[in-house]
Design a protein around this ligand. Structure first.
Ligand code: GDP
Ligand code: IMO
Ligand code: MG
Length: 422
């Protein structure tokens, strides 16, 4: 097995950082292919906690090359702040971290728009306000700035003029806000570009070479399938392809298919921001899981909404991302609860559905629950109780994908394997 993708199978924050970190110990390359610093991936090794936003988890491993692919939206200012923070835990240079020349740049204008929209009167997505959506909008509408544009001041200013032409009208007349001139913004980005230069490369070529040399490549997904712009709970989604398809467009795996796509699944469900959440528990159980699981966003600090595991959504994610195995995390948080349920279907317009599908109105579905026997496992001797075994069995049977990994604590070592990976 040479190429393995970590894919969030729910609404993000499933524990991708922890699982990526584990595989990163063996990988030659760790590649981010979509999203940006809206992600917050937590890695805990001993007493040291690191939260990564746009920097791939591979930086924590010696002899591993980390790559920020062309499908990522990249904020140079936020990157430099993160770089300083993460450098306290590990060495990062232009030798072990490369950023694609083709990645789209998040400008001040994108951050202003994201912030104002969240405070305005329209639909509130509950974004991370990092400028992610507006940056992808400009990329798609061909008004984006790419990393390669940062090194020629004159061209950069011209590109920014193009980007801001229509936005000026919004800033002046609708938002009535302050914003930097193109000259100021170009100067700032040009100076940041000089600092970034040692990190910048043709990452597509590096991945191609690594594939040809038979190296082990880990693709570190951000967010989750249900936040995918095409497959997720639109409009309450992020603006990239978070499913495994994003690997092919946002990083490149020339002429190859992923050998393994591991879906990361929290043993229950959480969501930050607004949008439908069929199994949400707006009651004492939801509160208990939130508190016990320390469910606060790693990027924004917001409380995460909590609910039971939703198997129809998981079955859908598995189809969408062609998941070949699952990693179930945070089992320790469910252990010891006196009640345990899983959603095994949706009642919708008089029919029962076992799997979600694009366009299904999740606001209108009524979850059908199965009561499970609660488990109380300490995870000390590697044996699963019969009750926990039943919980894992129902996931495997319902979704039709084997559970290869169990995680039962935040620390790197709190993990067990039921299958061999790379
Ligand atoms: P990501 O965005 O998918 O990488 O997940 P986050 O880092 O945003 O959130 C997952 C949280 O759960 C982090 O605080 C992790 O340290 C923690 N975590 C991961 N796996 C486990 C686990 O098996 N048990 C417990 N208790 N915490 C876990
Ligand atoms: P990781 O990689 C959880 C959510 C936001 C909001 C929606 C759109 O840590 O799992 P955006 O800023 O992307 O335009 O916000 O997506 N969101 C996440 N939720 N985990 C994430 O990343 C997220 N990244 C974005 O809360 O609902
Ligand atoms: Mg997170």
């Amino acid at each position: 097995m040479k190429s393995l993708a970590i894919i969030g199978a729910q609404w993000g924050d499933e524990g991708k950082g922890k699982i990526s970190d584990y595989f990163g110990q063996k990988a030659d390359l760790v590649v981010r292919f979509q999203g940006g610093n809206n992600a917050g991936h937590t890695i805990i090794v001993g007493d040291v906690k690191t939260i990564l936003h746009v920097i791939p988890s591979g930086v924590l491993h010696k002899n591993c090359l980390s790559i920020i692919g062309h499908g990522v939206v990249f904020d140079p200012e936020a990157f430099l702040v993160e770089l300083e923070e993460v450098r306290a835990a590990t060495e990062i240079t232009g030798d072990n971290l490369k950023i694609s020349l083709g990645a789209a740049v998040i400008t001040s204008y994108h951050k202003i728009i994201d912030g104002i929209r969240e405070e305005g009167s329209g639909t509130k997505i509950g974004t991370t306000k990092k400028g992610i959506g507006p940056c992808y909008e400009d990329k798609i509408s061909r008004r984006g700035i790419k990393i390669k544009d940062l090194f020629d001041l004159e061209n950069l200013e011209a590109r920014l003029e193009e980007q801001i032409m229509e936005k000026k009208f919004l800033f002046d007349n609708l938002y009535k806000c302050e914003y930097p001139s193109c000259k100021e913004e170009a100067k700032k980005l040009f100076e940041l570009g000089k600092i970034l230069k040692p990190f910048v490369a043709d990452t597509f070529g590096l991945i191609d070479d690594a594939v040809k040399a038979g190296r082990k490549i880990l693709f570190e997904g951000a967010q989750g399938v249900l936040l995918d712009i095409d497959y997720g709970s639109y409009p309450f989604v992020t603006s990239s392809n978070t499913s495994s398809g994003g690997v092919y467009t946002g990083a490149g795996l020339p002429g190859k298919q992923l050998d393994e796509s591991v879906g990361i699944v929290k043993a229950y469900t959480t969501r930050v921001g607004t949008g439908p959440f069929p199994t949400e528990q707006l009651n004492d159980m939801g509160e208990l899981i939130q508190t016990k699981g320390h469910e606060f966003g790693a990027t924004t600090g917001r409380r995460r909404r909590c609910g039971w595991l939703d198997l129809p959504l998981l079955k859908y994610s598995a189809k969408v991302s062609n998941l070949t195995s699952l990693a179930v995390t945070k089992l320790d948080i469910l252990s010891g609860l006196d009640e345990l349920k899983v959603c095994v279907g949706y009642e919708y317009e008089g029919e029962i559905y076992e799997t979600a599908f694009p366009g299904l109105d999740l606001e209108k579905v009524k979850p059908v629950y199965r009561d499970m026997t609660p488990f109380n496992d300490t995870f000390e001797n590697g044996e699963l109780s019969t009750e926990l075994g039943e919980y894992i069995d129902i996931i495997e049977e319902f979704v039709g994908v084997p559970v290869g990994i169990l995680a039962y604590g935040p620390e790197r070592s709190q993990i067990s394997f039921r299958k061999e990976y790379f």
